[in-house]
Design a protein around this ligand. Structure first.
Ligand SMILES: *[C@@H]1O[C@H](CO)[C@@H](O)[C@H](O)[C@H]1NC(C)=O
Ligand SMILES: *[C@@H]1O[C@H](CO)[C@@H](O)[C@H](O)[C@H]1NC(C)=O
Length: 328
């Protein structure tokens, strides 16, 4: 069957329309059946990857080449995501909550995750990103936003079970909006005939950034290896901090309370050596030579904290492209 398809392929490419097409003796229904059997439609047009898994080797490689200083985040995501994607009957959608200061790679990692599920990554029609201050800026329109957001989630998951929703700046999101998405995250088999159990929800926030920084700094001061920092060292302190924080506490505590978050993903503050790695990766991406002098100069341009020790980059790896432009 596949051989036949290969023979047909050249003729198919210019005018692909399985309804009106008849090629030689092959009837239309047969051709249509052949095409869907082969997965060919997904070659021409993006498909919802309902059964597609994630290649964990490729994901690991991508992480290792492009994400620096985040051994915990890599570990949690790799385990959580591949496990979920392999599971044919998940009991609830996958919910990941990314925590850490700006510039530590939360957005970047969410893009990588999207790309390993859908080739188009963030441009895929099955990947939806919402930025609190951009999409839901006005408190007085909260009821409209709520209805709209629920409608979007319902509509998109109806069209594709394996939809990905990324919420950025969750700490700035109105609590009512969090409430509006809560039912979708729960253990329901269906809501109004739609199952949300294969969807993926990723929440990004700065909440807990302080606690994570402090933990890393304590480790550093005790002259312990950063890579020896374990998830359980962070997890408990992180959830406590999230619970207690007033401004962002409401949404998170209600999600934690009901165990709706599957994985807390801590993003550690970045050291000078990680910033250098980011610069090197940026140079590689631009096909520029890895000039060590420039790399060090750019990394030294960045501000570091705390005041005395100057261990961690205030902006993580953010703005590196801009500084690099100046030097090249
Ligand atoms: C998974 O990714 C690795 C590394 O990119 C590649 O060598 C391998 O062929 C991939 N496996 C599958 C099943 O696609
Ligand atoms: C899917 O979500 C997008 C926003 O990302 C929205 O514009 C679109 O209308 C939604 N589709 C459906 C079918 O609800």
């Amino acid at each position: 069957m596949e051989l036949l398809l290969l023979l047909l392929l050249p003729g198919l490419v210019p005018a692909f329309d399985p309804i009106t097409l008849t090629v030689g003796a092959v009837s239309v229904p047969l051709l249509t059946a052949l095409i869907s059997y082969s997965g060919l439609p997904c070659y021409f047009r993006e498909c919802c990857s309902e059964e597609g898994g994630v290649n964990s080797t490729a994901l690991q490689l991508d992480f290792d080449h492009n994400v620096f200083g985040q051994h915990l985040a890599k570990q949690v995501i790799l385990k959580g995501l591949t496990g979920f994607m392999k599971n044919k009957n998940p009991k609830k959608p996958l919910t990941l909550s990314f925590h850490g200061w700006t510039g530590t790679g939360k957005n970047y990692v969410s893009q990588i995750v999207a790309r390993h599920i859908y080739k188009g990554g963030m441009d895929s029609k099955f990947v939806h990103q919402f930025v609190a201050t951009l999409h839901f800026p006005h408190a007085h329109q909260i009821n409209n936003y709520k209805d709209q957001l629920q409608e979007w989630i319902r509509g998109n998951v109806t069209a594709c079970e394996r939809s990905i929703f990324i919420f950025d700046e969750v700490d700035k999101m109105h609590p009512d909006l969090i409430d509006a998405i809560k039912p979708f995250l729960d253990y329901y088999e269906q809501l109004d005939g739609v199952s949300y159990r294969k969807a993926i929800f990723i929440f990004l926030s700065n909440t807990g950034g302080e606690v994570i920084s402090q933990l890393a700094l304590d480790f550093w001061k005790a002259r312990k290896e950063r890579e020896d920092l374990q998830l359980h060292d962070v997890e408990q302190k992180l959830s406590l901090a999230i619970f207690n924080k007033k401004d962002s506490g409401f949404w998170h505590s209600s999600l934690i309370d009901k165990n709706l978050i599957d994985f807390f993903v801590p993003f550690l503050p970045l050291e000078f050596r990680h910033v250098k790695m980011c610069v090197r990766a940026e140079l590689r991406q631009r096909n520029s030579k890895a000039d060590e002098e420039i790399i060090t100069k750019v990394a030294k341009e960045m501000p570091y904290y705390p005041k005395e020790e100057r261990v961690y980059s205030v902006k993580g790896c953010k703005v590196i492209p801009t500084i690099l432009d100046f030097y090249l």
